[in-house]
Design a binder for this molecule. Structure first.
Ligand code: UDP
Ligand code: MG
Length: 324
């Protein structure tokens, strides 16, 4: 798939949901942090269906700050969809995402850019000194980070920090389903992105309310299972479902063959043996898993072939050099 070339140096994207009290300071801080860089910069604030005065304030701010654009979503879709909208609208070679509640510090942006310049594709912020409640936020996130690292082999201290810098190619077409914004490092690693992290500042939320709590734990675990599957089998689902299907089917077949021998060879009754049902269940489950694998293969093909989405990503294209 070919990609339209970005026309600016830097895009800052910020999802915003009921952050009316934070917006003016946020824009001012981003502006102050990025102006001395001497780069062409755009700030994109994505309003995710706010019910407070955020949209009116965005109108006012856009009239004052030429670098500022606002994308107003038609309802509250969630932070992932708002970030997707930001990626899709961004025109910078480098895209930076951050929260709109002043917990991330725009003064860290130059540090992220310097790290990208060392040859990375994605630089993640690490809230080393995180300013949120310990029991309900910091501890669960420590456990989640450890688990995600173990299961995905993408080793980071802090997946959840929104402050991150990305090269355009790796996120421009990223559509974040559900709540997958926490797994962006894993998703870009699927495309071979070189990822690193640096410690960043973190402040307590002073104005407005956090939109999350401990209730997201089961959703994170399910998303992690999805990532685990994507990393290994996204383009070959039959290998995933088929392997367990074959194992179960063979075990069930073996049991039924043994029972057939008991019945026909030894002449014993098998009708009241639990093994009969177990073998039958295993055979049916095995067949179902293989059928699911074949369906998933069809879906993967329909997805890649109908949406012009490649199953690979090109990092560089070296063409013959004509020496004059
Ligand atoms: N946010 C959003 N849509 C939502 C929930 C949150 O755009 O449905 C934004 C929110 O305005 C903030 C960022 O996502 O800019 C992170 O949210 P929050 O600060 O509540 O998360 P926390 O820092 O508590 O994890
Ligand atoms: Mg926050």
């Amino acid at each position: 798939m070919t990609t339209a070339q970005p026309s600016l140096d830097l895009s800052i994207i910020v999802p915003v949901y009921n952050e009316e009290l934070n917006l003016p300071t946020l824009v001012e801080r981003i502006y102050t942090a990025t102006r001395p860089l001497g780069k062409s910069v755009e700030i994109i604030l994505i309003d995710d269906g706010s019910s407070d005065d955020s949209v009116r304030i965005l109108h006012e701010l856009c009239a004052e700050v030429p670098e500022l654009t606002a994308v107003i979503l038609s309802r509250n879709y969630g932070q992932s969809a708002a970030m997707s909208a930001g990626f899709h609208h961004a025109q910078g070679h480098i895209i930076i995402s951050m929260d709109g509640d002043l917990q991330n510090d725009p003064a860290d942006i130059p540090l992220l850019l310097a790290k990208l310049d060392e040859g990375y594709d994605v630089v993640c912020g690490w809230r080393k000194d995180r300013q949120d409640g310990y029991a309900n936020r910091v501890l669960p996130s420590k456990i989640a980070n450890w688990l995600i690292g173990k299961m995905t082999n993408v080793r980071l201290h802090d997946y959840g920090c929104s402050l991150k810098a990305y090269r355009y190619e790796f996120v421009k077409h990223l559509t974040l389903y559900g709540e997958l914004h926490r797994f962006i490092p894993v998703l870009v690693s699927l495309d071979g992105a070189k990822i690193t992290e640096i410690p960043v500042n973190h402040s307590p939320r002073l104005l407005g309310e956090s939109k999350y709590g401990i209730g997201r734990t089961p959703r994170v675990i399910l998303d992690l299972i999805l990532m685990f599957y994507f990393q290994r089998f996204a383009t070959r689902p039959l290998h995933f479902f088929g392997k367990s299907g074959l194992l179960l089917g063979l075990a069930g077949g073996g049991i039924e063959l043994y029972l057939a021998f008991v019945k026909l060879g030894l002449g014993q009754d098998i009708g009241d043996r639990p093994l009969l049902i177990l073998g039958f269940m295993l055979m049916v489950s095995g067949m179902l898993l293989i059928a699911i694998g074949i369906l998933a293969e069809l879906i993967v093909r329909v997805y890649h072939e109908s949406s012009d989405t490649d199953t690979y990503r090109v990092r560089e294209h070296i063409t013959p050099q004509i020496i004059k």
